[in-house]
Ligand binder design. Structure first.
Ligand code: HEM
Length: 449
């Protein structure tokens, strides 16, 4: 297919037009991109360079590969890139008015309030609340061949979310109902059929949103009245020094969004760690020794900095499988990236997943090598935006410390109780049509220690 330009640069400017090709009629390059994002990115780079366009999910979209473009977009110096009109296209009906979908002054207002729910004292109490739930959750695991690690991690993070975020105990049926609603809401974002047809993803997503709203509105009055140590109470109580607070509607919208933001991302990270630790038992042993050397079955807030090898493995897992594989934005004015003209109202996206495999920045990118983050190597320092699993700029993940805390707390306990392995040569079938997850649930041989 011939190369075509996205739009002609303004006359007299020395900007270049974005090169690309629309792809197949109607669907563009959507399938290629979702099926194998790695091959797709490589091919586009070889053919067009780091900035190119094609039709994805029925819209022309510009792919901006590499850390330099990521820096321009995320720093967003001239406020040309907006989150709301981009994310809304994918997940708007399901995560309506979540903080990530707000922009500029309004976003700042909400972010300042939300920050109160993620300060140190709050994090400390979330961590305390988490420990017994983790213990309960993993105690119930039954060692066997074919133990589906991903599925169990998903269940565990949801149960933790219910305890730590909601501060309510749900029976299994209710917890499963809410879990199901989250899964449907998340999957709806990348539906090919983007209008409600009963039985298909979009329709299920809309139904899920209603279920979640009803659930949170029902629990809200008690939460406002009684308070608590959970995130739900923290959002109800959050107040800035200037007296800004959230309305009931804000609390519900943010709860739905934050639960989603926290749930699949942490699950994917822990599953990625489990996968690579199963294939690299020497690293699994090192982590187990580190945890045992601490001499505590359960991690305290003060211990977080002490598990330095675990830190390296978390970072490498986040590099190998970025749980948020791409960050979309939409331009609200004409702008430029790396000398290319991007007109107003254009979708752009930063492919974090594949950026983390760029050979110019990451030697042997396919290799699991946590040591690349060690002080004497620090390969991530090659560019400030080379390693960006949590994004950057004003929308940078507000839950990144929470995530580290949760992942460390879980792995610390799991490592001391269990050993796991996969058959020689096993490679997990990673599904990249939505947030990355293993199609087979990651079956491992789980043994009690
Ligand atoms: C390993 C786990 C996680 C990863 C990889 C991750 C990744 C990200 C990324 C890439 C963004 C930026 C999106 C953008 O710029 O468009 C983001 C935003 C966000 N994350 Fe996380 N996240 C994780 C865990 C969490 C957790 C545990 C929470 C909450 C407890 C959380 C809450 C949020 C929120 C509220 C935002 C929106 C921030 C804003 O727009 O101001 N995330 N996350």
């Amino acid at each position: 297919m011939a190369t075509s330009q996205l739009a002609a640069p303004p006359e007299g400017s020395d900007l270049k037009p974005v090169p690309g090709a629309p792809g197949f009629p109607v669907i563009g390059t959507t399938f290629q991109m979702m099926r194998d994002p790695f091959a797709y990115s490589r091919k586009r780079r070889e053919r067009f360079g780091t900035v190119s366009w094609s039709n994805v999910l029925f819209k022309p979209m510009v792919t901006l590969q590499g850390p330099e473009a990521a820096e321009t977009v995320l720093v967003n110096r001239d406020k040309a890139f907006a989150n709301g009109p981009a994310w809304t296209y994918f997940i708007g009906p399901f995560f309506h008015r979540g903080i990530m979908l707000l922009d500029f002054d309004e976003h700042l207002h909400h972010r300042r309030i939300m920050q109160q729910a993620f300060n140190k004292p709050r994090l400390r109490s979330y961590m305390q609340a988490m420990a017994p739930s983790i213990e309960r959750g993993i105690e119930g695991w039954r060692p066997r061949d074919g133990f589906k690690f991903y599925d169990h991690m998903k269940q565990l993070t949801l149960d933790l979310a219910m305890d730590v975020f909601m501060g309510v105990e749900l029976d299994r049926r209710e917890a499963d109902r809410i879990n199901g609603a989250f899964i449907d809401a998340v999957r709806a974002g990348t539906a090919y059929v983007r209008f409600p047809v009963p039985g298909l993803r979009w329709h299920k997503g809309l139904r899920a949103r209603k279920t979640l709203e009803k659930f949170f509105y029902e629990h809200l009055p008690a939460k406002r009245e009684k308070g608590g140590d959970d995130l739900f109470a923290a959002l109800c109580e959050a107040e800035t020094d200037d007296g800004e607070t959230f309305t009931d509607e804000d609390v519900v919208n943010h709860m739905i969004f934050v639960l989603m933001a926290a749930h699949d991302t942490s699950t994917t990270t822990m599953a990625t760690m489990a996968y690579y630790l199963a294939r690299n038992p020497e690293w699994q042993d090192r982590l187990r020794e580190e945890s045992l050397a601490l001499g505590k079955p359960v991690l305290d807030f003060e211990d977080l900095e002490k598990l330095t090898t675990l830190d390296l493995v978390i970072k490498e897992a986040l590099r190998l499988v970025a749980p948020v594989p791409a960050l979309p934005r939409r331009t609200v004015k004409d702008t430029e990236v790396l000398g290319f003209h991007i007109p107003k109202d254009t979708f752009v996206f930063l492919p974090t997943l594949t950026n983390h495999y760029l050979e110019e920045y990451w030697p042997e990118p396919e290799r699991f090598d946590p040591g690349r983050f060690a002080e004497d190597r620090r390969e991530d320092k090659v560019h400030h935006y080379a390693w960006q699993p949590f994004g950057g700029g004003v929308h940078k993940c507000i839950g990144l410390h929470f995530a580290g805390m949760q992942i460390k707390s879980v792995l610390h306990q799991v490592l001391q109780r269990y050993r796991w392995s996969v058959p020689e040569g096993y490679e997990w079938p990673l599904d990249t049509t939505s947030l990355p997850s293993p199609k087979d649930g990651l079956p491992v041989r789980l043994e009690q220690i």
